[in-house]
Write a protein that binds this ligand. Structure first.
Ligand SMILES: *Cc1c(COP(=O)(O)O)cnc(C)c1O
Length: 231
């Protein structure tokens, strides 16, 4: 299956999952996860209709977006950072990304706010929440979430848009459902407290349909569009 066909299949699955759960398909945006994917393949996806690309490494995204702009000058696409961000890459990340999905500490939020102020940008961000007790996973613990949201709300150059999570990998996507449901509950709680949390970034190739049923507005899909990654 080529990229265009794979993309159409994912888009159809998104629409079906939305309709099945009584949601408007227009409320769900597809982030085509292009990490490790060659620029020519990314361009194929863009020509087939992908408008948001997700990258997990700042350096790789920088190289790719420059190459992309040289080859495709007039097309407006969004670049999202979906991976963990180190503070020393915050400046490049602010330069490069329309939306950063992975804010998980006050220190990182402050660093991004600082660089956004220097650039004169209002940086759109999501807060990544760690819902599973896995030492290796990034994200803020549930208990500290509201505090981080409060701090971000006080930062002039950050625009909080929502929450993101990445459950453990399950063969059976139904097992991811409680995590998605929990993120939605946390978002509702935050909204009640007056925070703007319209976006829920959750669901990957293996489980994006379940995530949509539970309220995802941004699904991050790589393998199902571009095929298995070689590294
Ligand atoms: C790689 C990655 C994805 C996409 O994973 P697939 O299983 O290839 O769809 C989504 N989110 C994050 C944070 C990732 O790092």
């Amino acid at each position: 299956m080529g990229i265009a066909e794979a993309l159409r299949k994912v888009q159809a699955q998104i629409i079906n999952a939305a309709i099945r759960s009584g949601r408007n398909p227009a409320d769900i945006k597809l982030v085509a996860v292009s990490k490790t994917v060659e620029v020519l393949e990314v361009i194929k996806a863009m020509q087939a209709g992908a408008v948001i690309f997700g990258e997990n490494r700042v350096q790789e995204a920088l190289k790719k977006s420059q190459e992309f702009r040289v080859k495709i000058q007039d097309k407006k696409v969004e670049w999202h950072l979906i991976g963990n961000l180190q503070k020393n890459k915050a400046r490049t990340a602010v330069d490069l990304f329309d939306l950063i999905h992975s804010i998980d500490s006050i220190a990182l939020a402050e660093e991004i706010d600082k660089h956004a102020r220097k650039t004169g940008k209002k940086q759109r961000v999501l807060v990544q929440v760690k819902l599973a007790d896995e030492a290796a996973k990034h994200g803020i613990a549930e208990n500290n979430l509201m505090d981080l949201l409060t701090k971000i709300a006080g930062m002039n150059c950050l625009k909080l848009e929502g929450l993101m999570t990445m459950p453990p990998y399950f063969e059976d996507s139904e097992k991811a459902r409680p995590y998605f449901r929990r993120l939605k509950q946390l978002a509702d709680k935050a909204i009640k407290k007056g925070f703007t949390v319209n976006e829920l970034s959750m669901g990957m190739s293996n489980d994006f349909e379940v995530a949509i049923e539970e309220g995802a507005t941004l699904v991050r899909v790589g393998t199902a569009i571009f095929g298995e990654r070689s590294y």
